[in-house]
Design a protein around this ligand. Structure first.
Ligand code: GTR
Length: 324
């Protein structure tokens, strides 16, 4: 609903603050809680959009998986029930082939390397691939590096993982990754991980510092080993149905605001990583930092052999590896 100028005047300075002043409010889903860097980044993007379109377009973020778990929200976004979604690239692996390359264990040498790849032509190509799946890829966000945590014991080598049960995101690559390390993988939605560890259905899971902390998983799995097997970028996508309803001018405004939210996101991410680390350390988590990653990296060979089979993926992997 758009407020008339008179109504706005009657309401005092309501125009600047009232969400109802927006002609179109895009509903955006996120599994993370209020205050998490991805949530704040999309809220900030919404402010830019509102300002730049003179209140024509706004974004309302629904945090804490209010609109569903990631796999379901992906489908709902494809159907146009949800307008926008911030999600990990992992749950897209079984849907969009190109997203698999960034979910390969140890494909990125560092977060800087990941930035160089995602900010360049390979990133553009992967973003464009969403177009064939009723989605519009808008921007990549950071998801740090993911490592194993568990409720049983400190993991100091690959041998310690033998026979343990870890939750992974719903993607075949992650199931094979865990198997190749000698452990057992259970694909589960994020929201089921806490209780599954608590009740002993699984021994642990794997994630970055901010997710390990904000989900409370550290309360039930106090051993964290920095093997950093994955650096999976996150992505902000829009429903093609919602996108097609916008004028070309507004589409451009959305693209630009999404791009402009990225540096802000990266800054907030770095801060939050440090804060989350401190918080879990203060809570008594035992962190293994000194771990030889070489056997982990070597064990991933069969995962690459099984998943990197098409010419398209082979080419993308080569170009990622060749990126400085
Ligand atoms: C987080 C990521 C979420 C979600 C979660 C998970 O790091 O930001 O989008 O994918 O991991 O493990 O399910």
């Amino acid at each position: 609903m758009k407020l008339t100028l008179t109504a706005a005047l009657l309401a005092g300075s309501a125009l600047a603050t009232a969400a109802t002043a927006c002609e179109t409010t895009l509903r955006s889903a996120d599994t993370h809680p209020e205050g998490y860097p991805t949530v704040v980044a999309v809220q900030e993007m919404g402010k830019m959009l509102e300002e730049r379109t003179g209140g024509r377009l706004c974004i309302e973020v629904f945090p804490s998986a209010q609109l569903g778990e990631e796999k379901d929200t992906i489908e709902q976004t494809q159907f146009g029930v949800i307008d926008m979604l911030r999600v990990s690239m992992g749950p897209f692996n079984n849907i969009i082939e190109e997203t698999q390359v960034v979910s390969l264990p140890y494909i990125f040498r560092s977060v800087d390397h990941m930035h160089h790849v995602m900010d360049g032509p390979v990133g553009d190509e992967i973003l464009a691939a969403f177009g064939d799946h009723d989605l519009v890829g808008l921007a990549f966000y950071d998801g740090g590096s993911r490592s194993f945590y568990n409720s049983e014991k400190p993991i100091t080598s690959m041998a310690d993982l033998a026979g343990m049960k870890f939750r992974v995101m719903q993607s075949d690559i992650f199931v094979d990754m865990v198997s190749a390390l000698g452990a057992n993988a259970t694909p589960l939605p994020y929201g089921e991980v806490y209780s599954s560890i608590q009740t002993g259905v699984i021994d642990g899971a794997e994630n970055n510092w901010p997710s390990y902390e904000s989900s409370g998983h550290f309360e039930v799995a106090k051993y964290y080993t920095l093997d950093q097997h994955l650096i999976v970028p996150e992505v902000l996508v829009m429903s093609k149905t919602s996108w097609d309803k916008l004028s070309p001018e507004d589409q451009e405004a959305v693209r630009q605001a999404a791009k402009d939210s990225v540096p802000l996101m990266r800054e907030m991410w770095a801060e939050r990583e440090a804060e989350s680390e401190q918080k879990v350390l203060d809570a008594g988590v035992e962190v293994v930092t000194d771990i030889d990653k070489t056997p982990f990296i070597e064990a991933m060979k069969p995962v690459y052999e099984k998943h990197v089979t098409s010419d398209k993926l082979k080419d993308l992997v080569e170009r990622i590896q060749a990126t400085e």
